[in-house]
Design a protein around this ligand. Sequence first.
Ligand SMILES: NC(=O)c1ccc[n+]([C@@H]2O[C@H](COP(=O)([O-])OP(=O)(O)OC[C@H]3O[C@@H](n4cnc5c(N)ncnc54)[C@H](O)[C@@H]3O)[C@@H](O)[C@H]2O)c1
Ligand SMILES: [Zn+2]
Ligand SMILES: [Zn+2]
Length: 345
Amino acid sequence: MKAFVYRGPGQKALEERPIPVLEAPTDAIVKITRTTICGTDLHILKGDVPSCPPGRILGHEGVGVIETVGSAVTAFKPRDRVLISCISACGKCEFCRKLMYSHCSTGGWILGNTIDGTQAEYVRTPYADSSLYHIPAGADEEALVMLSDILPTGFECGVLNGKVQPGNTVAIVGAGPIGLAALLTAQFYSPAEIIMIDLDENRLEVAMKFGATAAVNSADGKAVEAVLKLTNGRGVDTVIEAVGIPATFELCQKLVAAGGTIANIGVHGSKVDLHLENLWDRNVTITTRLVDTVSTPMLLNILRSHKFDPRLLITHRFKLAQILEAYETFAHAAKTQALKVLIET
Ligand SMILES: NC(=O)c1ccc[n+]([C@@H]2O[C@H](COP(=O)([O-])OP(=O)(O)OC[C@H]3O[C@@H](n4cnc5c(N)ncnc54)[C@H](O)[C@@H]3O)[C@@H](O)[C@H]2O)c1
Ligand SMILES: [Zn+2]
Ligand SMILES: [Zn+2]
């Protein structure tokens, strides 16, 4: 089968690989129909993710059709159409029983990291019963690919942790796929204002189409003034950090209103200052987490009711044979205006 393989920092290849086989009775083999590329895959290619060794097939998002299941799998059978979660969960360990699937002691984010992933014609998915989801009849498969990772991430790490409430004010720093997923799912709660902050004018325009009430380009260094002006000097009740660099986490600390919440989503590679000298008396909450994908069943229901359209996030389409081109397009988003690139097998 064709598979996209990480070959070490800065090196990647589309290779011919054997079709995976069942390794445990709880496994399923899924024939991939659609997958996509995540910003995290770009981090791996740069060599930023030491748990992912050269030779690994990348990808932790996708939908497909069950080819075979292990003897212990009871919820799925061959030919079932499934959504693959970016998080594999055994369902039995201490963390799974607390619904912290991302910290599953033998699972978590392993696909396209410590085991081969979804950017291939077939993938082996461990713990199939608790890590795959049936695709509802009539559901749009392209939209569903957005439910493997980015929508639960924006929703759980941003919207739920950020305690977005009806009538509240929200600022989202970073209008990439994750920030935009937070923007789409924040609207489930009808906040009064959602202010998007980014440096990329195109992404801010997209955000306004997705339901942002204001867009602030922070390139001039005056984002704090702009947000204070929009909120009568109060700041916002929820600030969602969806970039992952020190400057944006520090910006969040200046935007949060008294009693508000800073919900960090960004993956941070370097140390960030926490300004307790400014925040200690502000009654604020700071949260950070990995996505657990516990909200996936709820997101599937909302998708089925057509209350939101995750297909809006798809800007480009490729065949698996063109995946190197898909990576180039995704990696140069400022130039190509890419958000999510859909890859069909
Ligand atoms: N916590 C989790 O479980 C989890 C899961 C998935 C992704 N993430 C992280 O979420 C973050 C966002 O992911 P993404 O795929 O949307 O990334 P992305 O790189 O596509 O988007 C980041 C956006 O931030 C903007 N930006 C960069 N510097 C900025 C600055 N100084 N001020 C304002 N905006 C700035 C960029 O223009 C871009 O639009 C990443 O750090 C990613 O690793 C976290
Ligand atoms: Zn991802
Ligand atoms: Zn577990």
